[in-house]
Design a protein around this ligand. Sequence first.
Ligand code: SAM
Length: 219
Amino acid sequence: MHMINMDITRRRMVENQIVARGICDRRVIDAMLKVPRHIFVEEAMSAQSYSDSSLPIGEKQTISQPYMVALMSEMLQLAGKEKVLELGTGSGYQAAILAELADRVYTVERIRSLALRARKALDSLGYLNVNLKIGDGTDGWATEAPFDAILVTAGAPDVPGHLVDHLAVGGRLVIPVGSRSEQTLVRITKGENGAVSREDSIGCRFVKLIGRYGWNGED
Ligand code: SAM
């Protein structure tokens, strides 16, 4: 598809899928308008880049539905100066959106081939504020903690306690929590004296968070 068509298609995606469903954070809307999602999708699927759904990216993994990316980004309440950790780089698309919304992004992917492809896409668009590591993200990123926000883009059986430890005071953790097949999007906020509050958002379906503090690979 021609680049101009992609721009038009992306604008329609934002109007019909993002704004029409109630996303109102102007910075999130602008990031979704700016980041070329088709760069993060395999060429064969390029025509579907802006469709209202998740898409396969290989290795039985997916790039999330655009609305879900926007909603999770809005729930993080980013103003621009934050240090953010993402678990589950996948295609790198969500990391690029976060790179537009925050100062520094740290992202972890357990599957090497996906991580390498994501790095390439992020580099091609000049996202130098994204640090990418291959490994089990459920361990967090101790040398860079604390984070103002943490986003988990795979479904977890529970909120991993030590990810909360990696949050700064006032920090937000957004994570899908539930069974292997269905989860609820949850936001944990860490208050003064380390107390945490939990808010539940919509139901969702993510691939599994596999790792020490997630599901085991065979589950
Ligand atoms: N954020 C991604 C994007 O924008 O394309 C979509 C993420 S996809 C729904 C979930 C990703 O989480 C998969 O790529 C999967 O390999 C990864 N993942 C699962 N468990 C993980 C873990 N423990 N650490 C790091 N990545 C993990």
